[in-house]
Design a protein around this ligand. Structure first.
Ligand code: FES
Length: 168
């Protein structure tokens, strides 16, 4: 085999290897993007039963009652605040809004401080940087830009709710 033939064979092999590597890379990317996955950091695993500090019927329109997860349990947010979808939280507020009872994550979407309820103004306030949220969790004043996340729940009886979450 002449030197020219060897050079030609080596070049053909190199080009073939490059084509093969390119095809494998494209296939790997396609597999990665088509593989079933979730973009959520935490998947709901059940319900956390919460005993409220006041009967459900006593939460008047415009009012809100705080609730906390029992030891070893956590709530999992279900949306409503784009910065905190399906993350865990230990504290929520059950608010009686114009569209009914709404459970909200008490975590400020700005930087994670726990919001307080101001019954005189029917709104939630973050003690850290002054963000204010409406009774339904919408941002009324920043720096927060995302509303408070919602918590999915159902009423169990007069003073208990079951909130989507995880129990250790
Ligand atoms: S953490 Fe709530 S305003 Fe910054």
């Amino acid at each position: 085999m002449s030197a020219r033939s060897r050079w030609s064979a080596a070049l053909t092999a190199a080009i073939g290897a490059l084509v093969l590597l390119t095809a494998l890379s494209v296939a790997a990317v396609m597999v990665i993007y088509s593989w079933p996955h979730t973009s959520y950091p935490v998947a709901p695993k059940g319900e956390v039963v919460v005993v409220l500090g006041a009967p459900l019927a006593s939460i008047s329109p415009g009012d809100a009652v705080r609730f906390d997860a029992p030891d070893g349990a956590a709530f999992i947010t279900s949306g409503g605040g784009t910065s905190a979808v399906r993350k865990t939280t230990k504290t929520g507020w059950l608010a009686n809004t114009s569209s009914g009872l709404l459970a909200l994550d008490a975590t400020s979407s700005d930087d994670g401080c726990t919001v307080h309820f101001d019954p005189a103004a029917d709104r939630f306030e973050s003690p850290c940087h002054g963000s204010i949220y409406a009774l339904d969790g919408r941002v009324l004043r920043g720096p927060a830009v995302a509303s408070l996340s919602h918590l999915a729940f159902r009423e169990l009886d007069a003073n208990r709710i079951a909130v989507v979450g995880s129990v250790a």
